[in-house]
Design a protein around this ligand. Structure first.
Ligand SMILES: [Fe+2]
Length: 509
C-alpha cells in the first residue's frame, strides 16, 4: 500500500510522514560506520599518460569562467532563439594530487549559454555545495563519494554531506537548481549562477533525495522522485508551476535497483527497477550493486491522480539510465528508453578517468509496451550506430504520442564518447543523423520548439561538443527538420569545458 499525502493533510501528519522517511533514508553504504574501509588511498588514481580526449575528464581550466561574446565559427544564430541553455557536469576531479576514480564523483559545474539577438555569452561556475566549500577550505577532498574513498574521510551525517550536485539542472517558476540524485537540489541565481543553497521543498523534507531527472508537464509544473534504497521506497514530489510543493508521497516495496530516471504519460508515472541491484555492503556505494543476469526488471506504474494506485509489470533483464517520452493508447502504456547493460556505470566511468577507452553499455533505443492485461513487451530498435544515449523529445509532446526522438550516438571507435546527433522517426523506423566527426565528442542536445511551431519537429536542437583538435568547446544549433545538414550555427569558447551530463533551457522572460 502506498502512503500518499495531499495538500489538505495536517501539518503534523505531513511532518510525521516525512520524518519517518528521513529517519530511514539510509546514507549510502560507504558511510555506514560498520564498514571496514581499508587503505582508502589505493582507490585514488594518479594518472600519467593522457590521450587527447582526456581533456574532457580533467579539472575545468578555471573554477569560474566568463566569455562576453562567443566567437561565431560558422552559420548564423537564429534571431527567434532567445534564452539560456544551462548544462551541468563534473568538473573537479583532482585536489592536492589526488584524483577521483569515477566520472560521477567530480564536483559539479554549471554552464550558462545566454542567447540574445544572435549573440551568445558564456558563464561557468562551480556549484558551491557545502562539500565543495569544505574541500576548498581544506585544500583536499575530505569526504567519501559514490565510488571513491578518500584518506581520513570526514564523518557523513546526511546525504548532502556527499552531494556533488553534478548531474543536471532544472528551472521552475524562473528559479534554477543544480541537481544530483542522492540529496537536495541546490539553488543558484539564474543570471550569475551565484549560490543560494540547498532547497527544502517542505516540512520534514530537508536533505531528502531529489533525482536529477524531473519530468515536466507542458504547463511547467513537474514530477520528480528520490530513492531510498535501504528502506526500498521512493519519495514522489509534485511541484506546481509556482515552484511550490503540491504533494508528496511514499511508494513502498520498490526493489533496491538503480533507478536513475523515469518517464510519464498524461495519467501515469513509470519507474523501472533494472537488474542492477544492491546485493551486498561494499567499501563504496557503487560496489554495493551487482548485475543479476537472471533478474527480471520490475516496472512500477503509479496513477498520477491516486498515488496509492499501482500496477506492476516484468521485463527481461536489462538496465537503462535514460528514458524518452511515454503515452497511452487504448489502455496500453508505450514508452521509449535507451536499454543496455550496467558496464559503463560500474567500469566505463572509471576507465575514462584513467584515460582508457571505456567499457560501454551498448545501449540501443527500445520501445516498451505495457498492456492492460499485465503483460509487457520490449522491442529493441537496433541501429548501425554502436550506442545511443541522452534521449530527448519535443517537450510540448510530453505524454502524447510523438513521432520523433533525438539521441546522441556513437559511431567512431577512437573516442570514449558519442560523435553524432541522431533523429529517430519512431513511426517509420528511420533515423537521420549528423556525425560531428572523430575530432569532436558530442553531448546531450535539447529540442527547443519554435514559437508558434507548425509541426512536431519545427524547432532547434542545441548542444555542446568538445573539439579535440582545437581544444575548444563548441555550442551547436541545428534545425531539427534538417539534422543531416549539420549545425546552422557553431560558436566557439576560448577554452574547453569538461564533458558533462544534462541541461535545460529557459526562455528569455
Ligand atoms: Fe542522467
Amino acid at each position: 500500500m502506498t502512503d500518499s499525502h495531499t495538500p489538505s493533510m495536517t501539518r503534523r501528519r505531513f511532518t510525521t510522514a516525512a520524518a519517518a522517511l528521513g529517519g530511514t533514508i539510509a546514507l549510502p553504504a560507504c558511510t555506514q560506520p560498520s564498514l571496514d574501509v581499508t587503505d582508502a588511498a589505493e582507490s585514488l588514481i594518479t594518472h600519467s599518460e593522457k590521450p587527447e580526449w582526456q581533456i574532457g575528464f580533467q579539472n575545468a581550466v578555471a573554477q569560474e569562467l566568463r566569455t562576453d561574446q562567443m566567437h561565431l565559427l560558422s552559420g548564423k544564430v537564429p534571431l527567434d532563439l532567445n534564452g539560456t541553455f544551462y548544462r551541468n557536469g563534473p568538473a573537479l576531479f583532482e585536489r592536492n594530487g589526488l584524483r577521483m576514480n569515477h566520472w560521477f564523483d567530480g564536483d559539479g559545474m554549471l554552464q550558462a549559454f545566454a542567447i540574445e539577438a544572435g549573440k551568445v555569452s558564456h558563464t561557468g561556475s562551480m556549484v558551491k555545495t557545502n562539500r565543495y566549500l569544505n574541500d576548498t577550505k581544506a585544500g583536499r577532498f575530505t569526504t567519501n563519494s559514490f565510488a571513491t574513498n578518500v584518506p581520513e574521510p570526514a564523518p557523513v551525517m546526511g546525504p548532502d554531506d556527499m552531494n556533488v550536485s553534478n548531474t543536471s539542472v532544472m528551472s521552475v517558476n524562473g528559479e534554477l537548481y543544480a541537481l544530483w540524485e542522492g540529496g537536495s537540489a541546490f539553488q543558484v541565481e539564474p543570471d550569475t549562477l551565484k549560490p543560494m543553497g540547498n532547497k527544502t521543498w517542505g516540512d520534514g523534507l530537508q536533505g531528502m533525495p531529489f533525482s536529477a531527472h524531473p519530468r515536466f508537464e507542458v504547463d511547467g509544473s513537474l514530477w520528480n522522485f528520490g530513492q531510498d534504497y535501504f528502506s526500498k521506497r521512493l519519495i514522489i514530489y509534485r511541484i506546481g508551476v509556482n515552484g511550490e510543493l503540491v504533494n508528496v508521497a511514499l511508494i513502498p516495496d520498490v526493489p533496491a535497483g538503480m533507478i536513475h530516471d523515469f518517464c510519464m504519460t498524461d495519467k501515469h508515472l513509470i519507474f523501472v527497477v533494472p537488474s542492477f541491484r544492491i546485493t551486498k555492503q561494499a567499501p563504496t556505494f557503487i560496489d554495493n550493486f551487482s548485475w543479476l543476469a537472471d533478474q527480471a526488471q520490475d516496472v512500477i506504474v503509479v496513477d498520477k491522480n491516486d498515488l496509492t494506485s499501482r500496477r506492476q509489470f516484468e521485463l527481461p533483464p536489462g538496465f537503462q539510465f535514460h528514458f524518452g517520452n511515454a503515452y497511452e493508447e487504448n489502455g496500453t502504456i508505450v514508452y521509449n528508453a535507451c536499454v543496455g547493460n550496467e558496464k559503463f556505470a560500474t567500469q566505463g566511468a572509471r576507465d575514462v578517468l584513467k584515460g582508457e577507452i571505456p567499457a560501454r553499455s551498448g545501449a540501443q533505443l527500445a520501445t516498451v509496451e505495457l498492456a492492460q492485461n499485465g503483460t509487457a513487451k520490449i522491442r529493441s530498435l537496433v541501429s548501425d550506430l554502436a550506442e545511443h544515449e541522452f534521449p530527448q523529445f519535443n517537450p510540448l509532446y510530453q505524454g502524447k504520442k510523438a513521432q520523433y526522438l533525438y539521441t546522441v550516438g556513437k559511431s567512431s571507435e577512437n573516442t570514449p564518447g558519442e560523435s553524432a546527433i541522431v533523429k529517430h522517426d519512431l513511426d517509420e523506423g528511420d533515423l537521420d543523423f549528423y556525425d560531428y566527426g572523430k575530432e569532436q565528442m558530442v553531448e546531450e542536445h535539447l529540442f527547443i520548439p519554435k514559437a508558434g511551431q507548425k509541426s512536431e519537429d519545427d524547432g532547434y536542437l542545441i548542444g555542446t561538443t568538445l573539439n579535440l583538435a582545437s581544444k575548444r568547446s563548441h555550442l551547436n544549433i541545428l534545425d531539427a527538420q534538417k539534422v543531416n545538414s549539420g549545425p546552422i550555427a557553431v560558436l566557439e569558447l576560448p577554452y574547453y569545458l569538461p564533458l558533462g551530463f544534462h541541461g535545460t533551457w529557459m526562455n528569455k522572460a
